[in-house]
Design a binder for this molecule. Structure first.
Ligand SMILES: [Cu+2]
Length: 371
């Protein structure tokens, strides 16, 4: 993948980087390469990490000197710093997706159930976790099985399921099955349908899957805090008839969140977000879920998205768009026909959720389509 992404994005800098790696091959460009290298060094040493809580920390308007000459010098250093910070973020993002993860911890990974007497059974713990959202930024999160988002649970309409929770938090909680038909007493709302799951206690939810779709499970107790800190996960229910599954080559589940852990996609903010990859001609089933407290109009460059379902209910008239507003609680199923090769930005179009003078941050990723 490293090679293909290099090929796709090979601009002047990319060329210079490659050239620098094998400097002997291009002796004539030595001066230029040295300049590029020292430029990059400067970027490494002078830029701060993109900071989503205070995106203007590295403000371009911070210095407004009085004298003309100083203004010119200051403005120059400002734009150079802004450029360098933007580049650093992109480089970190590409390294995260071609070399090794730049943050610890990964959530939103499938968890296979065990089968007991024909019932799909999952055992999940609920814990305090230290969660790294972007390099070096660790937050006091909470996770199912110590990950954010929690593991992806998956079943098929008609399945009997049983989910055992052990609450290791120093406070009570409860788990709601968002979007799923369940018996009322399994709905997970303390004092309305059940007692809270107290610290150290366990609770088992049991129901039969009745409606397909990209559903969610999350805390329904002190939820503005607990969900925002990470007690959320995807519960995918496939239709009983496999022919009803939308035709696709790859399924991408994107869980949005905001506020407590910052703007995150699957528990990570840019540049720690995951690059989506596809081959030209492939169909991606992109499934959006918003577990946050704000709307996020997610915009894809280069290709439209076809919206085929809302909250698991298929649309009788699917429609094309390039920006899909995902409100809190909603899930959208979209198809991206990957017809256009390149690395295409994919970001929230409330721009203060995505970009600052310090570069991209938060709700930003990309789709890379290779030939
Ligand atoms: Cu947003």
């Amino acid at each position: 993948m490293s090679d293909s992404i290099e090929t796709v994005r090979l601009g002047r800098r990319g060329f210079l980087k490659k050239a620098a790696a094998g400097a002997a091959v291009v002796p004539m460009a030595g001066g230029l390469i040295a300049a590029a290298c020292s430029d990059e060094k400067k970027a490494e040493t002078t830029s701060a990490s993109p900071e989503f809580r205070t995106p203007s920390a590295s403000s371009s308007t911070a210095n407004t000197p009085a004298s003309g000459g100083t203004v010119a010098a200051s403005q120059q250093s400002n734009w150079q710093k802004i450029d360098a910070d933007h580049k650093k973020g992109i480089d970190q993002y590409l390294a995260n997706n071609t070399k090794a993860p730049i943050t610890q911890g990964k959530g939103n990974v499938p968890l296979a159930p065990r089968i007991e007497n024909g019932v799909k059974v999952w055992d999940l713990t609920i814990d305090d976790v230290e969660w790294e959202t972007i390099p070096g930024q660790k937050e006091k999160g909470r996770g199912y099985n110590k990950m954010i988002p929690g593991p992806i649970l998956r079943g098929t309409v008609g399945d009997k399921v049983k989910i055992n929770f052990k609450n290791n938090l120093p406070e009570s909680t409860a788990v709601h099955w968002h979007g799923l038909y369940v018996p009322n007493k399994q709905d997970g709302v303390p004092y309305l349908t059940q007692d809270p799951i107290e610290p150290g206690k366990s609770f088992t939810y049991e129901f039969t899957l009745r409606n397909s779709g990209p559903h969610m499970y999350h805390s329904h107790h002190d939820s503005a805090d607990q969900v925002n800190r990470g007690l959320l996960g995807a519960f995918i229910v496939d239709p009983a008839n496999a022919a009803d599954i939308p035709k696709h080559d790859k399924e991408i589940i994107l869980v949005l969140n905001d506020v407590a852990l910052g703007f995150t996609i699957n528990g990570k903010g840019f540049p720690a977000t995951e690059l989506i990859t596809a081959k030209k001609g492939e169909r991606l089933l992109v499934r959006w879920m918003n577990e946050g407290m704000m709307n996020h109009p997610m915009h894809l460059h280069g290709m439209p998205m076809q919206v085929i379902g809302i909250d698991g209910w298929p649309l009788s008239a699917p429609y094309l768009c390039d920006t899909i507003d995902v409100p809190p609680g909603n899930r959208y199923d979209t198809i991206v026909e990957c017809t256009e090769p390149g690395v295409w930005a994919f970001h929230c179009h409330i721009l203060s959720h995505a970009e600052s003078p310090a570069g991209f941050f938060g709700l930003v990723t990309a789709i890379m389509v290779t030939e």
